[in-house]
Design a binder for this molecule. Structure first.
Ligand SMILES: Nc1nc2c(ncn2[C@@H]2O[C@H](COP(=O)(O)OP(=O)(O)O)[C@@H](O)[C@H]2O)c(=O)[nH]1
Ligand SMILES: [Mg+2]
Length: 447
């Protein structure tokens, strides 16, 4: 997601890190590289310059040479300044929520409003459920322009078990009135209203949104922007600021080939927060935007905090207990293929390797080929283990030629592939340590 930037940054930091003394020309070179990386990531020039000036200011008067590793020091300063650049501590936060809450979701057509409406509802539901609380959340749409726009929201809501209301009215303003009345009568804690967009910002769109705004009177107006449109999305945001206004943004399609320039520039250019990032088409593909963590990711230090949270969410409490059991067994050397199969299932819950890699330090540079190979490998291993009997999984020494032939047949593999897998099993026992030791992880999937 921020791989483009982090790849460029970590290349630069590699050579900075290796130096025990830094000359002014080293620093200049580093800054030139930083600047190029930002421009290539589609950050507007003046903004890239401003960022570098800020970093230069914080380094001023510091005696770099008194640090054991002056490169480290610069990297730390860049990271801190990045975090401040991405959103200050004072910027408006999405959490905690004051209930009851009414929100209105705005943006251009195709930016991801409808998807995001459902995603935010889901995120609130999940977050409250974690705390053992249940909030009544409803979504509704006033998009009467695109055929099936309202059906789309209904389907998304159904899939994630969020309440949905369809107004009887056949125009946006009456529908808004009707939706408000319904949500109030029913005493919902959260109402999220999805609106219509246009291909471009125009007066008709803004007027309609203003009228709906007057009826709905949302506590939060959320602007949805397609990150793939790069700098253009900043211009769109600007025109919303100067007309209807908004409280925070959601940048969608961060999973695409976007170079992150928009995310990097947004807070600085607009002085508004990014509340969330959309990272895929699934309802759970939404992430809070936390500047410190994003800065760490861009710097190439990974974002363990987010990965760990995702892991926790992906595991049900039952499988969490199992996971802990099998990790413990592994540490004591009693790790079995059965445990391994479980671990793989747990990895699958987390999403694709591509996604996981993007949270790990230095792993942004794993090529798509490496990842594809790794995923194929994982599938094969799962197939092989699944074709084994429970006792074979626990005791590998049972696997004689005959048994191997049977397993090969059942899993669509060959005996020699099974042997390879078994040979690797010792290495694979290192598997749960993968989060701690990503060099090994990398080597494993390189083969
Ligand atoms: N890959 C990806 N696709 C997204 C994301 N958010 C929305 N989409 C897709 O973008 C398209 C337009 O989304 P939609 O919610 O209908 O946009 P709207 O016109 O603003 O309501 C749909 O195909 C969505 O599945 C995202 O974060 N990542
Ligand atoms: Mg829509």
């Amino acid at each position: 997601m921020f791989n483009f930037l982090s790849d460029r940054f970590s290349g630069m930091f590699d050579w900075l890190n290796g130096k025990s003394r830094l000359t002014q020309s080293d620093i200049n070179k580093a800054f030139d590289q930083l600047f190029d990386a930002l421009i290539d990531a589609d950050v507007p020039q003046d903004l890239a310059k401003t960022f570098l000036t800020t970093v230069t200011e914080s380094l001023k008067g510091q005696d770099l040479q008194k640090n054991i590793n002056p490169g480290h020091y610069i990297i730390k300063v860049v990271q801190d300044e990045l975090a401040a650049f991405l959103g200050s501590k004072e910027s408006e936060k999405f959490w905690p929520i004051q209930y009851p809450l009414t929100m209105m979701v705005l943006g251009l057509q195709g930016s991801g409003k409808t998807t995001t409406t459902a995603k935010i509802a889901y995120a609130i539901k999940e977050k409250e459920a974690e705390k053992g609380k249940r909030k009544r959340i409803i979504v509704a749409s006033v998009d009467y322009y695109r055929p099936a726009a309202i059906d789309q929201l209904e389907i998304l809501a159904q899939e994630s078990k969020i309440d949905f209301y369809r107004a009887e009215a056949n125009n946006p303003l009456d529908a808004a009135t009707e939706i408000m009345k319904y949500a109030r009568q029913q005493g919902y804690d959260v109402l999220i209203v999805d609106t219509a967009g246009r291909l471009h910002v125009d007066d008709v769109l803004m007027q309609e949104l203003k009228d709906i705004d007057k009826i709905v009177r949302p506590q939060k107006k959320i602007l949805v922007l397609d990150a793939m449109t790069g700098q253009e999305s900043l211009a769109v945001a600007q025109s919303f600021v100067s007309t209807i206004g908004f409280d925070g943004a959601v940048l969608t399609k961060m999973d695409s080939e976007t170079r992150a320039g928009a995310a990097f520039s947004f807070y600085y250019a607009l002085k508004k927060s990014i509340f969330f990032l959309g990272t895929g088409e699934k309802i759970s593909d939404i992430e809070p935007f936390i500047p410190d963590r994003i800065a760490s990711r861009i710097i190439g230090m990974g974002d363990f905090a987010t990965l760990i949270e995702k892991t926790e969410k992906a595991l049900s409490s039952e499988s969490k207990a199992k996971q802990e059991d099998s990790s413990r067994r592994m540490m004591s050397g009693g790790f079995t293929l059965e445990d391994f199969l479980q671990q793989l299932g747990y990895l699958q819950n987390l999403g694709s390797l591509q996604k996981i890699a993007s949270y790990l330090p230095g792993m942004g540079s794993m090529t798509p080929e490496m990842i594809q190979k790794g995923e194929k490998e994982l599938k094969k291993i799962r197939a092989i283990i699944s074709s084994m009997t429970p006792s074979e999984r626990i005791n590998v020494s049972l696997l004689n030629g005959e048994r191997k032939r049977r397993i090969a047949k059942g899993s669509g593999t060959t005996s020699s592939e099974i042997n390879q897998m078994l040979q690797k099993f010792d290495q694979i026992k290192q598997y749960a340590k993968l989060m701690k030791n990503n060099a090994q992880f990398k080597n494993f999937f390189k083969r």
